[in-house]
Structures are given as C-alpha cells and as structure tokens.
Design a protein around this ligand. Structure first.
Ligand code: GLC
Length: 506
C-alpha cells in the first residue's frame, strides 16, 4: 500500500501557504494510523513550480518553499522509524527552463555542446520542426530569438533532455545515487516511456501520440537506461525499487519495462480510467493481471492521483442521486484492496474528498489551464490542500490565519481528519478498517484471483477463502455465501444494497 503525498498540499509547517517536508514529518502519524506501507513524495526539488515541481531546476536540492536537505533527512529517518518506506519522484524526461543546463544552452550558440543536452532544431519559415503536440496543449516546440526551436512534450518551461547525450545519462545516474545515498527506498519515474525520441523526428500525422512504434514513446533505447538504474538500485542494501509512469498501447509493451533486469513495477492506469460499471471493472482487472502475469511483477491499482479528477467525483455523473459518488468510492476501495498486487492511494481519498470543481479562475495554477487558454480546467481541483482540523480555511493545513496556495472550499469542515477520526462511520475510519483487515488477511491470501460471478451489475471474485462482492447497480441483490467481514454500507438482512461492496469469509 503506497500513499501518494502531493507535497505542496499535504501540510504546511511554516505558514507560507505551501505544504513542506516538515509538515509531512509532523503528520506521519496519520499515515501510520491509516496503515499504509510506503509514501511516494511528488517533486520537492528546487523549482519555479511552472508545473507544480515537475519542472526541476536543481535535482540535488530541496526547494526553499518545501524545506531543506536536513528536513529531508529528518523525514526519511522519521518515516523509517515508523516502519514506512519512502519513494521519491524523479523527472528524467525534462528539466525546468531555469535549470543551469538550460540557461547555459540559451546563452550558447546553435550547435554548441550546451545545446546538445536538449533537443534543439532548426526549421525553415515559421513552422515548428514537426507536428508533435505538447501534452498540455499547443505545439511541443518553442522558438528562441535566434531562430532555433526546442522540444518540450509538456509546458514550454519544461525543455526535453537529449538522452542520446552520454552526459545526460551520467548525470541522472549520479542523481539516482544521490537520493539512494540519502536513504530513499525507491523512485517513481515521471514520464518513464519518454526520454528517447525517434531520431528522424517525423510528423505524427494522424497516428496520434501513443501508437506502438510511434516516434515519441517507448523507443527501444529507453530500456537500457532502466537496466542501468536497476543495477544501481540492486547495488544498495535493502529492498530498493522503481515504479515507472508508463502509458502504453498494449500489454506487450508494458511488460517490456518489467523484465527482470528493469523496473519493479509500472503504473496500470486502466482502473482509473474505467467508468463505474461491472463489466468495465472486471475487464480491466482481467487485462491488468494478464499483462503482468508473464513478468512475475505485481499488478498495480490506482483510482486517483494528482493528475486526474478525484474518483469520488468521477463516479457521480450529473443526474445521479447526490452522495452516490461517496457510496461508490467506498465500494471501490473494497474492490481494490482485495485484489492481488499493490495499491497506490492518493492523499485525501481516505477523507472522501471530492474534486473541487468551482475554483476561481484566478486561483488556477496548472499549466494545462494556461496552455489551453481556459478550455481545460486542468488538475488543480484534485490538488487542493488537505483539511486536518478546524472549522474554516486553512483547516489545520497551515497556521491559523494563513492562506493555502489553492483556496479550500467552505464546506470542508466535516471532512477534516479531526472530525472523521472519532466517527466510526466516516470515510477515514472505513479506510483504516479496510487497510487493517487487508493486512491481517494478506498472509493467507493466494496470489490468484478467481471470478465467481459476473453477471449484470454484480462482480464477485475470490482469493482463497476471501470473497469480494460489488453491486454496481442501484437495486439490492442477494449476498453470496459467506460470513460478512466488512461492508461499505450496512447490509439489509442478506441483501447487498446498490453501489456497495462486501468482503466475506467462506
Ligand atoms: C507526469 C506527472 C504530471 C506532470 C507531467 C510532466 O505525468 O504525473 O503531474 O505534469 O508528468 O512532468
């Protein structure tokens, strides 16, 4: 069980409105009580925060907004003391435009070694060198006053590195070692399938961005990098690991990253993309298990992250009864936690936080919002700082009287950790119970999953003598056989209500 900490929005110890490392250290008890095994920290490195820290200006330092290297060391020590592992984000596809290398490249002429660390190209006329789009909207190329263009698959403040340059490769190996030396247990690799682009830089045309053998992602060369990183990870004491953020077209491509000398895990995002429907959930699990089966690696499950609309809100379509998203989110947790493999939780889901859909436009910070000129709202709505206590902003996120970097809704008082902690029916209590029970049952559970029933709106699967049943429909259905261990809502006699799930012992 890994818990994603979006550092800027977790806890603010110094009252500047941004969460920080000391804030996390002070709140580790929450994660221990929740019952997770590890934390994944989103980037806290020196950064102008053009993309919330995924634009790194110095990979070996902590941004002053988030603390110091000493604070980092203290956090690692405290996490380990509480039995929690710590994974950090590494961003190898691009740097910040404020990184010393890019600044040097800007000050150097075309063709210079400084420009060779990035992807600069000439192009006649006013047209970019090819038709590649930025994932955040607009073209993936920006032109400099001297006429050259540089590539950025994301914001223009995130120039893509040239991984064909050995200097880039050596630099990242040294960065990996830098954080392993400081005691991290592993890495979450950002845009892990990026890195190498096809050297011909041909137009995509109508092929789309993510085609197998396309020019942008999953070029064969990328695997050599992870083989090198794996050798480094394995050379350190303890169990160090890496998980890649890999978007692929198909299972064969995904499995390549999981070869025994490459990454330990990759994110499988299909559950996060699946609508609330019995066949959709079942199909996703079947496909995800099949994808990793030949590799021996554990499947990974994600419902929410800092990049997507919170699932509680996703499960509540217009026209649905109010509150149905909440009920479905509880049921989805039981579905998720009984599956074999690793689950990655996103901060705030344990509080049942909804997406904040009504942020004022002038509060928005996501480059997606700016680059699409407001056509896309972006990802700020899932990044609103956590409510810890109190009746109004900042809800214990920071000191009384301070303003969080994104405004918190007025209606969040009842969602705070303090409010939910002592309420046995709260989402937080439910998460704790489910995680605790999972931990107890886990040693006895076989890795294999067996589909017991999947007809209409019901999905029932078993792992040994644990059965998980989810009713995706609106009407109650008869419970499968077994003794209920945990339910997402109270049962009606032997009926499982709609939008609910149960764990049973047979
Ligand atoms: C990944 C991150 C996302 C970021 C992007 C560019 O997809 O999860 O937050 O914007 O990479 O670094």
């Amino acid at each position: 069980m890994v818990y994603e900490v979006y550092v800027r929005s977790f806890a603010d110890s110094d009252g500047d409105g941004d969460g920080d490392l000391k804030g996390i250290t002070a709140r580790l008890g929450h994660l221990r009580d929740l019952g997770v095994d590890a934390l994944w920290l989103t980037p806290f490195y020196r950064s102008p925060l053009a993309d919330g820290g995924y634009d790194v200006a110095d990979y070996r330092d902590v941004d002053p907004r988030f603390g110091t290297l000493d604070d980092f060391d203290a956090l690692v020590a405290a996490a380990h003391e509480q039995g929690l592992r710590l994974i950090v984000d590494i961003v190898p596809n691009h740097t910040s435009d404020q990184h010393a290398w890019f600044q040097e490249a800007l000050a150097s002429p075309p063709g210079s070694p400084a420009r060779e660390r990035y992807i600069f190209r000439d192009s006649p006329g006013d047209r970019p060198p090819n038709d590649w789009p930025s994932a955040f909207g607009g073209p993936a190329w920006t032109r400099l006053p001297d006429g050259q263009w540089y590539l950025h698959l994301y914001a223009s403040e995130q120039p893509d590195l040239n991984w064909r340059n050995p200097e880039v490769r050596a630099e990242f190996e040294s960065i990996v070692r830098f954080w392993l030396d400081r005691g991290v247990d592993g890495f979450r690799i950002d845009v892990a399938a990026g890195l190498f682009k096809d050297e011909s830089f041909t137009d995509l045309g109508d092929r789309g961005r993510r085609v197998v053998n396309g020019p942008i992602y999953s070029r064969p060369e990328v695997h050599e990098v992870y083989r090198d990183w794996r050798r480094i990870l394995d050379s350190y004491p303890g169990d160090r690991m890496a998980i890649g953020e890999v978007w692929t077209d198909g299972p064969e491509e995904l499995a390549q990253y999981l070869r025994p000398d490459e990454l330990h895990q990759v994110f499988q995002f299909d559950l996060q993309l699946a609508p609330w429907s019995a066949p959709a959930f079942r199909d996703v699990v079947t496909a995800a298990l099949a994808a990793v089966a030949p590799t021996g690696s554990a499947p990974t499950w994600v419902l929410s992250s800092h990049d997507s609309v919170r699932h509680l809100t996703r499960y509540e379509q217009s026209g649905d009864l109010p509150g149905v998203g909440y009920a479905r989110a509880r049921a989805a947790l039981l579905f998720l936690l009984a599956l074999p493999g690793s689950a990655y939780l996103y901060q705030g889901e344990e509080l049942g936080l909804p997406e904040v859909t009504d942020l004022p436009d002038d509060a928005r910070r996501d480059p997606v919002w700016f680059r699409s000129e407001g056509a896309e709202k972006g990802r700020d709505g899932c990044r609103v700082p956590l409510p810890w206590s109190g009746k109004s902003e900042p809800y214990g996120f920071g000191r009384e009287g301070t303003r969080p970097w994104l405004p918190q809704p007025e209606r969040w008082a009842s969602l705070s950790v303090e409010e939910q902690k002592s309420d046995p029916t709260s989402m937080l209590s439910f998460y704790r119970m489910a995680l605790e029970l999972r931990r107890e049952l886990l040693p006895e559970l076989p890795d294999e999953l067996e589909w017991l029933e999947s007809s209409g709106t019901m999905v029932v699967y078993g792992r040994g003598d644990l059965v998980c049943a989810v009713n995706f429909g609106e009407n109650p259905v008869r419970l499968p056989k077994g003794r209920p261990l945990l339910t997402s809502v109270p049962l009606y006699g032997d009926l499982l209500p709609g939008n609910a799930a149960v764990w049973l012992k047979v």
